[in-house]
Each structure stands twice: as C-alpha cells, then as structure tokens.
Design a protein around this ligand. Structure first.
Ligand code: ATP
Length: 344
C-alpha cells in the first residue's frame, strides 16, 4: 500500500527503551500528528522516519520500499526541524532554491519553482529579501517552502510552530493544514500541543512511555479515548470509579440507569467530559452533590461539585444550568452514551 508503514519499531538507548514496538500506517496524502508529554518518544520516532536514527529493531517502508537503513538524503523527504534553521546569510529565494541548486536544477527552473512556492506561502515578491528581515511567521513559512521545493514524498515537521506566539501559531496551524490538503502530501508533525494536533490531523497518534496508546481521528480520540491516559491527556475529563453487580452500576454513590458495563467488568473507571455532566435541581437526578467552586468564563461556566467524596467538573452554557452558588446542593445527570467505560 502507498504511504508510510512502521512495523514493530523499537529504539533502545543502552538499557533505556525510548520507543517500543510501534505499529503505524500513514496512508498516502494523510496528515498525522504525534502527540504526547515530554519524553514520550515522539522525536525519537520521527528521527527514525527521517533516517537520523536507526531503529534497534523493526522496519520502516515508504511506498513499498524498505527505507529502514536508507540514508536521509535518499528517502525523498522534506523536513522542518527546529535544528534546521534557515541560512541567515541567504535571501528568501536562495533559501528556498537551496536543495534545487545542489541537485543541479537549472537557474530558470529554480526561479519558476521559487515563485510557485512563494505564491503558495503568501510571500510573492519576497524572493530577494534577506531572511533576517522576516517576522517569525514568515520565516517559518519559508522553512516550509524550502522543505517542499523538491516535491518530497513525505513531509516531516518537528514542533514547527512552537516558537511562535499563540495567535500566529493558531493561524499557521490552519495554513499548514490547508497547504497539506492542497498538495495532498503525506505529512507527519510532532507536537505536544493537543489543540494543534486536533486542528491539523487526520489521525492523532497519542504516545506515552515510548508506546502508542491510541491512533485515531481527533473526534474519536476525544469522544472514545482508549484508556485513562488518553482520556486525561486530551482535554478535560472526569475519571470516576464505578462498581457493577446484578443490582446495577454504582457511580458516585448512586445507580445510573441504562449504564451497561461491557465484558462483565465488576469495577473500573468511567470517563465523562465536563460538557456531558448535566446539573439539575437536587432530587431531579440520581446523583446529588455540593457545589464547591464556580468559574464563570462568560461564554461557559465551570461548576465544581463534590459528590460521594469526589470532585467533578461540569461545563455548561450560562442558560443551561440551575443558578447555584457555592455550598448549595445540585443534582448530577449523566447520559450513559456519554460515559466511556475504561479499565482502572
Ligand atoms: N540519544 C539519546 N540517548 C539517550 N537517551 C535518549 C536519546 N535521545 C532521546 N533519549 C531519551 O528518550 C526519551 C524520548 O525522547 P524524545 O526526544 O523522543 O521525547 P519527546 O517525546 O520528543 O519529548 P519532547 O517533547 O520533550 O521533545 C527521553 O527519555 C530521552 O531522554
């Protein structure tokens, strides 16, 4: 199949395993984000795809060619890594044309390609500017254009936007995604920013401790997390113990009607997103709690409630919640469809 395939890829540094038994398929033309906390192995995995590190075991294929041991410059890659800064003494155009020049592409063809790429990154007319005179966002776009100049088969970016301020970063996420879709180029981005991953990716790969915990489309990662790590790492959630027996499923000291526990699990954890915790007048819902804190953010209100000794957070639209203050009782209603049942 065309695209990138990692089979059972492991990387050890001495006795430490940085990446463990990774199986991953990135179909041609898709956008994958590797996401996870610091030290989870994202960069190490990316470096193996780039050929900057060799796996201790396992194989990497690109479009039916085994590239596990192929050197970086023969892999047909475009790379934007933090360590690969622009050449400061060259102009924008010379930076973008760099890899074309060393491949012996003619001057006229170089200019044509540079103009195409500048148009693509919305910097038409900037070819002769020194890169020192560009803003951070413009520099990042030039780095992207430089990496794409050779029309690579695979586009790899490691924290490409992390140096930019929040607003520019959000705008560039949308730009990068649109560019990727227009070109149809298979792309892998390393990030520790979940919002960035959710914005850009077809598939978010959540890693922890060198392993893939879940690889799925953003909505699925959010709505159907595979385990408590993913549930907790992506967005806010409530992780609540449950006990199940013949009499029903007990959550926060009450029975939740209709909550069916698969595989006869006697106990475990349910993950419920704060927007799925519905507050009502006490007595109108099976679970009762006491309000401990209210954070009114204008557009939404976060209400912290203690129920059966556990702190729960509910996020509501201002009109969709009873007017409760700290110290008051409140009912908590959970829809079984919003409860993701997980092993403890
Ligand atoms: N060359 C090396 N020698 C020894 N250990 C290494 C080496 N490179 C990485 N590691 C270790 O492997 C683990 C994974 O590192 P990696 O850089 O892949 O993490 P990361 O998820 O990219 O983290 P960050 O978001 O902080 O960049 C870390 O514990 C790191 O210390």
């Amino acid at each position: 199949m065309s695209g990138l395939t990692l089979q059972n890829v492991t990387k050890e540094f001495g006795t430490f395993t940085a990446v463990r038994n990774v199986e991953l398929t990135v179909p041609h033309g898709t956008f994958v984000c590797l996401l996870g906390p610091s030290g989870c192995g994202k960069t190490t995995l990316m470096r193996m795809v780039a050929g900057l590190d060799l796996p201790t075991s396992g194989s990497i294929r690109l479009d039916d060619r085994d590239i596990t041991n192929v050197p970086t410059h023969k892999r047909d890659l475009g790379m934007v890594f933090q360590s690969l800064a622009l050449f400061p003494h060259l102009t924008v155009g010379e930076n973008i044309a760099y890899s074309l020049r060393i491949r012996g592409v003619g001057k006229a063809e170089q200019k044509k390609r540079v103009d195409e790429l500048l148009a693509m990154i919305h910097l038409t007319g900037y070819a002769d500017r020194p890169v020192a005179k560009l803003s951070g966002g413009q520099r990042q776009r030039v780095a992207i254009a430089r990496a794409l100049a050779i029309s690579p088969k695979l586009f790899l970016l490691d924290e490409p936007l992390s140096a930019l301020d929040a607003k520019l970063r959000e705008a560039m996420q949308v730009e990068l995604r649109q560019l990727q879709q227009r070109l149809g180029i298979t792309t892998i981005v390393v990030t520790h920013d979940q919002r960035e991953a959710m914005t850009m990716a077809d598939t978010v790969v959540v890693m922890n401790g060198g392993e893939i915990r879940q690889a799925a489309p953003p909505v699925e990662i959010y709505r159907r997390p595979a385990d408590t790590f993913v549930a907790d790492f992506i967005g806010m959630t409530n992780l609540i113990d449950f006990k199940a027996d013949g009499a029903g499923t007990q959550v926060l000291g009450a029975s939740v009607p209709g909550l069916v526990i698969p595989n006869g699990l006697p106990s475990g954890i349910i993950s419920v997103r704060p927007e799925d915790v519905h507050l009502t007048a006490p007595g109108n819902a099976p679970i009762t709690g006491t309000v401990t804190f209210v954070r009114d953010l204008g557009g939404t209100i976060e209400t912290f409630v203690e129920a059966a000794g556990k702190q729960i957070v509910a996020v509501s639209m201002p009109n969709a919640r009873p007017d409760v203050a700290v110290g008051q009782s409140v009912g908590i209603a959970l829809n079984p469809d919003d409860c993701v049942v997980l092993k403890a």
